[in-house]
Write a protein that binds this ligand. Structure first.
Ligand SMILES: NC(=O)c1ccc[n+]([C@@H]2O[C@H](COP(=O)([O-])OP(=O)(O)OC[C@H]3O[C@@H](n4cnc5c(N)ncnc54)[C@H](O)[C@@H]3O)[C@@H](O)[C@H]2O)c1
Length: 311
């Protein structure tokens, strides 16, 4: 199996290490901070154990963990790597600095991918000799549970590099989507942003409270979204398919879109939202609720896998 180098052993770097190691890839994990590197084995082990307990991996977590080496030297981590997945701080300067090093030290044919949540690759790779091998591979947290990865090229990224990256992520069990050119927020955060903007407007203008707005998604739209996207949804919601749907409901959505003015999210709406969250929560212990969310997510992922086998 091709070697994967993971740069940065924080939340996302550890999760990527889990993804590639469980798929059988040898992984070298590097961090500039020795404390982060020292705590990474336990973080990865804990994730592997919970995946094992949920039936999402069959191999003994200890064996999977053995595929990850924890390396304090960047050159050594990069040696022989086919894909380098960068996960350092989210600033342009930090990305520029690390990509300059990666381009100098990684094997000439290694792909250099950044996990950046929103910085286009063109803003930190332009001056690099190997800029054609650089792209954004944006995961959704945590990639060990959520398989989507958005692949976004810079204007100078080689199409063959994009195709090879896609093959590697698919080989690791992820679901890559190919973004055709750079755009702020990429695809996932733009979709999420559109929904959040409308949700904030509806609550701020007093049409609904945040608790019921959440229900509209978790007990309504979101049920379908766990297994189909917006286009597939509307294709099935009119007798004649997607064109029929657009003819029937297009004018309604156009009117709604014309009403949507951008707004800043600020007090007193934020005070109201915080208050409503507090009132609705039986349990205000956020780490406990994050564990609850991850447990539910694991059950959903297991269910989707079983369904995919049947289909
Ligand atoms: N947290 C999320 O939900 C999420 C989701 C998708 C993408 N991302 C992106 O992933 C990247 C990492 O985010 P995170 O949440 O894991 O951050 P984090 O703060 O948990 O981890 C960052 C790690 O990078 C290390 N680091 C900093 N400079 C370094 C260098 N020069 N060389 C090696 N290691 C270095 C730090 O020591 C730290 O361990 C960011 O670009 C972020 O935008 C985060």
């Amino acid at each position: 199996m091709e070697k994967i180098a993971i740069i940065g052993a924080g939340l996302i770097g550890c999760a990527w290490s889990t993804v590639f190691a469980r798929a059988g890839y040898p992984v070298a994990l590097y961090d500039i901070d020795s404390n982060a590197l020292a705590s990474a084995p336990e973080a990865i082990n804990a994730t592997l154990k919970s995946l094992f307990a949920a039936g999402l991996i069959e191999e003994d977590p200890a064996i999977v963990l053995q595929r990850v080496t924890f390396v304090a030297d960047l050159g050594q981590a990069l040696q022989g790597a086919s894909l380098v997945q960068e996960n350092v701080r989210e600033t342009v300067d930090a990305k520029k600095e690390i990509f300059t090093k990666l381009d100098a030290l990684a094997p000439g044919d290694a792909i250099l991918a950044s996990s950046t949540s929103g910085i286009p690759a063109s803003s930190f790779t332009e001056s690099l000799e190997g800029r054609a091998r650089c792209l954004v591979g944006h995961p959704i947290n945590p990639p060990s549970l959520v398989p989507l990865v958005e692949l976004i090229p810079a204007p100078w990224t080689d199409a063959a590099v994009m195709a090879r990256a896609r093959t590697i992520y698919e080989g690791a069990g992820q679901v890559p989507i190919m973004v055709k050119r750079e755009i702020q927020g990429f695809i996932v955060n733009r979709l999420q942003g559109a929904l959040l903007a409308e949700a904030f407007r509806l609550v701020e203008d007093g049409y609904v409270d945040s608790i019921d707005c959440d229900k509209a998604v978790k007990d309504g739209l979101g049920l379908r979204w766990a297994f189909m996207g917006p286009f597939e949804t509307i294709d099935l919601n009119a007798p004649g398919g997607i064109r029929d749907y657009c003819q029937r409901y297009g004018p309604l959505y156009l009117d709604i879109a014309k009403q949507a003015q951008p707004r800043e999210w600020q007090a007193p709406l934020l005070d109201q939202l915080e208050q409503e969250r507090l009132q609705s929560l039986g349990n205000t212990d956020r780490p406990a609720r994050q564990r609850w969310r991850d447990g539910r997510l694991m059950q959903l992922v297991a269910h989707k896998r079983q369904q995919a086998l049947k289909e």
